[in-house]
Design a protein around this ligand. Structure first.
Ligand code: ZN
Ligand code: ZN
Length: 138
C-alpha cells in the first residue's frame, strides 16, 4: 500500500496549524443554517478523518471552542476567527476539518464519498449542479 503523505493546513492569520495524517473518509458540503452563519458562506466544506489523525501542530492554545448544538464542538482561531475542526459527540472516532484551509488548495481526497448534506436548508438562490450526491441529512 502506498504511504499516505500528510496534508497540512492552517488558519488565515497563521497562528494555528494542523496536519491530517490519514486519508479522509468523506467530504461533506454542509448547507445547514449553523454552518452557513458560522462561516458567513453559502455552505461549509468538511473533510472527515480518524480523530487521532487530525492533529494540531502549532497554536492549539490559540483556539477557542463554540458548541453550535449539543455535542457539536467547533474550534476556531481566537485571532482571525477561522474555523478549523469540529468534534461531533455522536461520532467520537472522527474529526471534521475544513479542507479549504489546506495549503495550496490541495484536494483532501475521498472523492467517491463527497456529497452535499442538509440540502433541505440550502439557500434558494444557490444553484448546485448534479455532479455530487445530495441528501437532506448527514
Ligand atoms: Zn488565525
Ligand atoms: Zn452544517
Amino acid at each position: 500500500m502506498k504511504a499516505f503523505t500528510p496534508l497540512q493546513g492552517g488558519c488565515q492569520c497563521g497562528a494555528v496549524r494542523y496536519e491530517v495524517r490519514a486519508p479522509t473518509t468523506d467530504i461533506y458540503h454542509c448547507h445547514c443554517s449553523m454552518c452557513r452563519r458560522i462561516h458567513g458562506a453559502a455552505f461549509a466544506t468538511f473533510g472527515i478523518a480518524p480523530i487521532e489523525s487530525v492533529v494540531y501542530i502549532k497554536g492549539e492554545d490559540n483556539l477557542t471552542r463554540f458548541d453550535s448544538s449539543d455535542g457539536v464542538s467547533r474550534s476556531f482561531c481566537k485571532t482571525c476567527g477561522c474555523q478549523l475542526t469540529i468534534d461531533v459527540a455522536e461520532v467520537p472516532q472522527s474529526r471534521w476539518f475544513t479542507p479549504a484551509t489546506l495549503d495550496d488548495g490541495v484536494h483532501p481526497g475521498a472523492a467517491e464519498n463527497e456529497r452535499h448534506i442538509f440540502v433541505g436548508s440550502k439557500l434558494h438562490w444557490l444553484h448546485l449542479d448534479n455532479v455530487l450526491p445530495q441528501s437532506d441529512e448527514a
